[in-house]
Ligand binder design. Sequence first.
Ligand code: UT7
Length: 332
Amino acid sequence: MLGVGGYVPPRVWKNDDLKELMDTSDEWIVQRTGIRQRHWSEVDKDTSDLAVEACHAALADAAVDKSDIDMIVLGTLSPDHEFPGTACFLQAKLGMPGIPALDIRQQCTGFIYGLAIADQFIRSGTYQKIMVVGAETHSRGLDRTTRGRDVAVLFGDGAGAAILGATDVSDPSSDPHVLTTHLHADGSHAKELWIPADGMGLHTYERIQADHLEKGLQYPHMNGKTVFTHAVRRMPEALHEALGATGRRLEDVDLFVLHQANLRINEMVARQMKIPEEKVFNTIDRFANTTAASIPLGLVEARKAGKLQPGMLVAMAAFGSGFTWASALVRW
Ligand code: UT7
């Protein structure tokens, strides 16, 4: 990972600010999720615009010129348009024509899926440098009324990017590299967290139906308790899988950068696995759940806070809609 960059839009919505829109309270949100605020974009910014900012920051951090990038991989569940993919819009805005631009629709696990894809293309020798991005504009896709409050308070806008590059590893205990990635999905739970009515799966030729709009089916719907239960099981499993595959012990990991869905989920994962609290880096209090952006933003913020140093072994894990879950181990 040659460099990382992040971006969140300037407008902050504190929990109490949400009372303008819905019946909720700071106490409810903090107690159940650990979220204190989120950044929500102004209406003139799209997901690809947030991604542009993160990519510029990552390129600068890596000291890599955009002309050296061989591929763009972007995870998002809040695309600019249903098609073409947001990676294409991002590519045009960055002025990088010709290279492949791939969208990943793996929600909260999108960044680790992207990392795994980039890692495989680089290991195979196909490409030398790949930009992996996670970006979300949730604010325009949420039901920001009391009806949708169980979901709306959880999500924030933001983007994070990493530049992956081919490297020679002579000493795996110190040379920066991606050690391993592990990807999973179980589509039998697809409807536990989804948008019911936006897509071609409606068994009608009517593209948009008035009663769907009335029922709010164009917004995310979640069975929160089921998602929670699976998250606290799958993230430890994926982390153990990455450790097992590389012969590392839990104690070898210096920092855990986990997806930020709910502070209580990460606390429970840490407790179950006996990970010391100070080794888990959380941003959810400030950014809420930024889905595909949460892990790269976590890397950026951990480094800013002095918690991520060269040579550290970093474990990442995510769980989300699909269900999808994944893990990665990276020597920083
Ligand atoms: O990125 C992956 C995706 N998401 C997740 O991983 C989320 C996983 N799930 C969770 O984090 C939790 O299930 C939530 C935080 C979403 C909800 O917590 P909960 O303890 O499961 O609460 P609940 O759904 O049982 O709701 C309890 C009450 C309900 O009221 P009644 O029916 O008990 O009177 C809700 O109507 O809280 C009410 N409620 C709210 N009250 C104030 C729901 N949302 C809100 C709200 N403000 N925003």
